[in-house]
Write a protein that binds this ligand. Sequence first.
Ligand code: NAD
Length: 479
Amino acid sequence: MHRSKMLIDGKLVNSVAGKVATIYNPATKEPVAEVSVGVRIDAQLALDAARIAFPKWSETHSQQRGDILHEAARLVRQRVEEIATLLTCEQGKPLKDSRREVLSSADVLDYYAEEGKRNFGQWVPAASQGSRSLVVKQPIGVAAIITPWNLPVDLMAWKVGPALAAGCTVVAKPPSLAPLAATAFIRAVNDAGVPPGVVNVVHGSGSVVGAELVENPVSRKIAFTGETATGRWIMEKAARHIKRVSLELGGQSPFIVCSDASVDKAVSACVQRAFSNMGQICISVNRIYVAEEVAEEFTSKLVDRTMKLKVGNGLEPGIDLGPMFSEPMRQKTEEHIADAVQKGARVLCGGHKPEGEEYENGFFFLPTVLENVDHSMRVMREETFGPVAPIMHFEDLDEVISLANGTEYGLAAYIFTNDLTTAIKAAERLEAGGVGINVNNVAEIQAPFGGWKQSGLGRELGHYGLDEYLEVKHIRFGL
Ligand code: NAD
């Protein structure tokens, strides 16, 4: 069985307390690996290693840091099969999706290898003749990185790449129930020639290891992706030391289809974004608003495409959707569907576990389309984080935009229209960190990604992502 140790100060180590945990495959409930599980002292050792490594790493030339990040990207690509297989076995997603995630994480490392070299300063006009002002950006210090299980490799790369490029050192805590692929990714980064202590990994629960990383004064920056409730807790704790935080939190993304949209294009985009990774993506389509004129055509085509999706063990070829990550995730999905049905929704397809021997052990669920929904239902307001696509009809675009904005979340919003004016007005009025017009993804490596309202704080990707790991300094010269 695969064994995964922690990485502290350049060495693969077991937990000081000797704790281990078994990681199970959500498709079969079979054990796939044993991992060392840290406690507070392991997190403290890792933070110390990162603190000691920081001065030298922060002064390393950005060209040299870039070379190491390019080499890390090369190693990740070389190890794609190993890392992707671990990812499918621990998380459930189909192998082709795991490969895509791992390759995309290598692209992020390559991007920040170059972006780190563009950490420009400014020569600022001074108010008096006798002085000059220079503004520079310098690395914050030790960054604690805490990530979730739904995209464990990609979301680790979104943080480790800019942190290292900026000159920060890192202690990463991957998700406790799916730490294998993220740890393998970080080992590749370490093997690329990063000095000991610059990048560390500690496994363990959020309430123990995660809490230590947040509360310990050694970490100067917390980069977190996960639930809004956890983000709120982290922000409160970080306030004690006025730490810098970036929080990528939950979402409840609307998908609007206007009467002039290309229906086939909208259906393809919707089916992919509502169900891939079993809807367990922060920018998944959570609510669909379709103009009355095209609602029937859109709904029947969406149901047709949904019913063709092949659910199964992600290691098998030809699978579109794997199992859900865990029983609590499946239960939450069932509860949201039951709540909607009880309030009048109709299930057009799915709505239950698939039948058959191959599905008996895993956390499988059929992708589900609901109609006749309204905003009294939990699926329209809360984050289901499951494969559910509820469809509501609309007549008036202004009304639908207020409905789209009517949740506490503001991560992504999508609109399908062929009218430029509608697209521009909607894009301006939708309260979200990312708006997709005729596309179903708002993550773009060179552009900022993040949430408005309770979907988060700060931005990842692009130059914005690098800035999250930099402090601004004004240097004033008297002449
Ligand atoms: P989670 O908040 O339960 O856990 C995320 C990470 O935080 C894990 O590593 C966990 O161990 C750790 N953690 C938990 N409690 C902690 C604490 N008290 N202190 C420090 N760390 C703690 O989230 P999850 O269930 O793993 O992930 C799903 C959530 O992530 C969804 O809400 C989803 O929308 C969100 N998400 C957001 C984005 C985004 O970019 N906005 C991307 C992916 C996922």
